[in-house]
Ligand binder design. Structure first.
Ligand code: HEM
Length: 406
């Protein structure tokens, strides 16, 4: 039975101003009503909305679900994404199905193992201390986004890729354009092209003079015929974008959430136990779930789930925030509690597309949060929380600026 038009809520849904960390009230209502329902997107399409923890996991692990945006029925986040897909652009392995996805992911997976990333700890610690030194040497209030949250992950991924950090203003600005939910297709295309051409030039430079970095590895694979020029460039572009925007927003929102929970902040600041810090980061990942517009899929075959049938060609929106706030799995989900075991959260997704960069994000978050409040115990917001500009409809949730003082 089709659901009456007026009963299908629009997606994304607004958050409650007094509770900016919680998933939108209408989304939680949908979750309370059942694990599967329908939502209406900007283009009038009505894909499935999957809110239950178990149902999300089942679908994200199901090979009958495709991430390919060129398939009919794919639930696009905005017109710019639909336009890019209509040009046949499947920009990265994030939007490829196996076996193509697995072929490319395998080539980079070795650089993001826990062991390889743990070896970066001393360097990330040094960078974090340097950015904090510079912030403290400048005037207060300072914007934590510009002083620490954005530059730290940008510098780390630049060093890993072998891209000059001096170009950060260019690629940060262009990446941000593409992350606006209401970006016009022409603007998104121009930003993508500018970034793509920039990375192509970097790849050429590595072909001529290889270094000890990821882009040089991709260049070598291209020379050996394992990756096309387009694939090698797209891979660099995906890592550059995913490597800085996501963690930057997590650093900012985590800082804000801890400032609003002084008891939890004190526990993070006063511990010298890495396990406590690691637990705090998992809980913050759960509580904040910054990839908030949902992982998007389209069914390749009919799928029976929770008493309903998702038909082949139907879109599926999977917002991890509801899984992470599912009271059946995380009792009192609206309570930030760094002592709960939140390790089984879904903030990094699940299944074959589960976040490749999660060991890096974890190390960066543990180091930044473990250092920031220890070095600046008087850190506090410099403006009222109600004045903060939240990225309500950005692809990644966060705040544009976080003015702090000490
Ligand atoms: C706190 C920070 C981060 C969060 C919350 C996050 C979240 C996610 C999520 C939810 C997915 C799965 C998308 C889907 O299933 O459709 C994903 C995939 C991915 N992430 Fe992250 N991410 C973060 C940091 C990073 C970093 C630092 C990097 C790289 C340097 C990275 C690289 C990737 C890549 C390459 C994929 C695609 C994996 C695939 O399709 O196989 N992420 N991320």
């Amino acid at each position: 039975m089709p659901t009456p038009t007026e009963a299908v809520p629009d997606f994304p849904m607004p958050r409650a101003a007094e509770c900016p960390f919680a998933p939108p009230p209408r989304l939680r209502q949908a979750q309370a009503e059942g694990p599967l329902s329908r939502v209406r997107l900007w283009d009038g399409s009505t894909p499935w909305l999957v809110t239950g923890y178990e149902e999300q996991k089942a679908l994200l692990a199901d090979q009958r679900c495709s991430v390919d945006p060129t398939r009919d029925g794919y639930p696009y986040t905005n017109p710019a994404f639909r336009e890019a897909a209509s040009r046949g652009g499947v920009p990265s392995f994030l939007n490829m199905d196996d076996p193509e996805h697995a072929r490319i992911r395998r080539m980079v997976a070795g650089s993001f193992t826990i062991k390889r990333i743990e070896a970066l700890r001393p360097a990330v610690q040094r960078m974090t201390d340097d950015f904090i030194d510079r912030m403290l040497a400048g005037p207060a209030p300072a914007d934590l986004v510009a002083s620490l949250a954005l530059p730290l992950p940008s510098l780390v991924i630049c060093e890993m890729l072998g891209v000059p950090y001096d170009d950060h203003e260019f690629f940060q600005t262009q990446s941000e354009v593409g992350l606006h939910q209401d970006v016009m297709p022409e603007a998104a295309r121009a930003a993508h092209q500018a970034l793509f051409q920039y990375l192509e030039k970097q790849l050429d430079a590595k072909l001529a003079r290889p270094g000890d970095d990821l882009l040089s590895e991709f260049a070598a694979r291209h020379r050996e015929g394992e990756l096309s020029r387009f694939e090698a460039t797209s891979l660099g572009l995906l890592l550059l974008g995913a490597g800085h925007e996501t963690t930057a927003n997590m650093i900012t929102l985590s800082t804000l959430a801890l400032l609003e929970h002084p008891d939890q902040l004190a526990a993070v600041r006063d511990t010298d136990d890495p396990k406590v810090l690691a637990g705090a980061v998992e809980e913050l990942l759960r509580y904040l779930t910054i990839i908030h517009l949902g992982n998007r899929r389209v069914a390749k075959d009919d799928i029976d789930l929770a008493g309903r049938t998702i038909r082949a060609g139907e879109g599926i929106v999977i917002p991890s925030a509801t899984a992470n706030w599912d009271p059946g799995f995380f009792p009192e989900p609206d309570r930030l509690d760094i002592d709960r075991n939140a390790r089984h959260h879904m903030a990094f997704g699940f299944g074959v597309h589960q976040c490749l960069g999660q060991p890096l994000a974890r190390v960066e978050l543990q180091i930044v949060l473990g250092t920031l409040f220890r070095r600046i115990p008087t850190l506090r917001l410099a403006i009222d929380r109600d004045e903060l500009p939240f990225k309500e409809y950005g692809v990644v949730y966060g705040v544009h600026r976080l003015p702090v003082t000490w």
